[in-house]
Design a protein around this ligand. Structure first.
Ligand code: DQA
Length: 146
């Protein structure tokens, strides 16, 4: 197993910082990547940060994380969280631990966000802490909680 943690981001997260900042904050995805790289270095981990607007790409990257022997995956699947049985199946298909991450807390928002297919298969969920959700998820990998 490698020390690499895949950080996979789904649709619309490329617009973080501009997109509904009252919900998601003003930190950009690049800034989150920088913060995670710094924290990962302190924890003896490495980050492989990616973003796509395409569901199947997330499935391919989950398979890749397993094939590459990644330590874990942090997955913010955006709205695919609430719709994608393909992501549920992909998480179940790999043995790499997957932590579900959200900036907001979807369970306190519209009812269509209350179902999480990702959460049905993920080892753990960290949500509702803005950009800090990613850092907390990374720290739980380092402390072997998953
Ligand atoms: C999100 C929550 C989802 O409901 C939403 O569709 C997103 C972002 C979050 O990080 O809070 O795109 O995953």
């Amino acid at each position: 197993m490698s020390n690499t943690v895949y950080v996979l981001n789904g649709p619309n997260l490329n617009l973080l910082g501009l997109r509904e900042p009252e919900i998601y904050g003003s930190t950009t995805l690049d800034e989150i990547a920088g913060m995670l790289e710094d924290r990962a270095a302190e924890l003896g981990l490495e980050i492989e940060m990616r973003q796509t607007n395409h569901e199947g790409m997330l499935v391919d990257w989950l398979h890749e994380a397993q094939a590459e022997g990644a330590r874990a995956v942090l997955l913010n699947a955006g709205a695919y969280t609430h719709t994608s049985i393909a992501l549920l199946d992909a998480i179940r298909a790999i043995s790499t631990p997957v932590i579900e991450v959200h900036l907001s807390d979807p369970k306190t928002r519209e009812s269509f966000r209350h179902t999480s297919y990702v959460g049905m298969a993920a080892a753990k969920t960290v949500e509702g802490h803005g950009a800090d959700s990613y850092r907390m998820a990374l720290e739980s990998v380092a402390s072997d909680e998953v």
